[in-house]
Write a protein that binds this ligand. Structure first.
Ligand code: SF4
Length: 213
């Protein structure tokens, strides 16, 4: 596909997904940037629904970065156990909270460079925080759904998330990057399943290069 065709293909996909999911948003429950950071760390290898069952207790027990930094590890692991990989996640949560207390006055920083220095925080998590807690379009969140759909739509052959993001960014207007991540995640969850994509009822079937393959 030439560059012009690729741009109009991308724009049409975005347009149709916006019609289908006008309300697409982050499905993790949070009220503050810190809460979203905690929920996003817990969401690795876990559904948002499961994370949302655990976070009310987590947020209540540890209402600040300082409280989380001082958490008793056994107690914290018990609270988050059902999200899986709970030992590593507990370490990331406490390490992240300690770094916030030590370097940022207990607040979540607002830049990519500062966020990715926090323990347990990579570019994907940083994009989630910047886009959803601060309304800053610094990048596109590339999770498993976004990476899969980017390939299925023919936007890239890359599988490395950073390279996928690099391929996607020029195709979409900067002010739509956060929303676009949600559109792909919602479509991936609801229609374009990893193993059994429901092409028959898909609104993109006539323009998707992977339809019915
Ligand atoms: S047509 Fe099939 S492969 Fe393409 S986006 Fe829809 S469900 Fe996914």
């Amino acid at each position: 596909m030439g560059a012009a065709a690729l741009f109009s293909h991308a724009a049409e996909i975005e347009r149709r997904l916006l019609v289908e999911y006008p309300d697409a948003h982050c499905e993790l429950d949070f009220a503050t940037p810190l809460q979203l950071l905690e929920a996003t760390i817990l969401s690795a290898q876990c559904t948002d629904k499961r994370v949302n069952m655990v976070t009310p207790e987590l947020f209540k027990r540890y209402p600040s970065a300082a409280a989380l930094a001082d958490a008793n590890m056994d107690e914290l692991e018990t609270v988050i156990r059902s999200t899986g990989f709970y030992r590593n996640k507990a370490k990331s949560l406490v390490g992240m909270a300690q770094a916030l207390v030590d370097d940022h006055g207990g607040e979540v920083p607002r830049t990519m460079a500062e966020l990715i220095k926090l323990p347990g925080v990579g570019r994907k998590t940083a994009n989630v925080i910047l886009g959803n807690a601060f309304g800053l379009n610094e990048g596109i969140v590339v999770d498993t759904h976004v990476a899969r759909l980017a390939t299925r739509f023919g936007f890239t052959d890359e599988t490395d998330p950073v390279k996928v993001e690099k391929a996607l960014l020029p195709l979409f207007p900067k002010d739509s990057w956060t929303k676009f991540s949600h559109l792909l995640i919602w479509h991936g969850r609801r229609t374009c399943d990893a193993r059994k994509p429901r092409c028959e009822g898909c609104s993109l079937r006539d323009i998707c290069p992977s339809a019915d393959v």
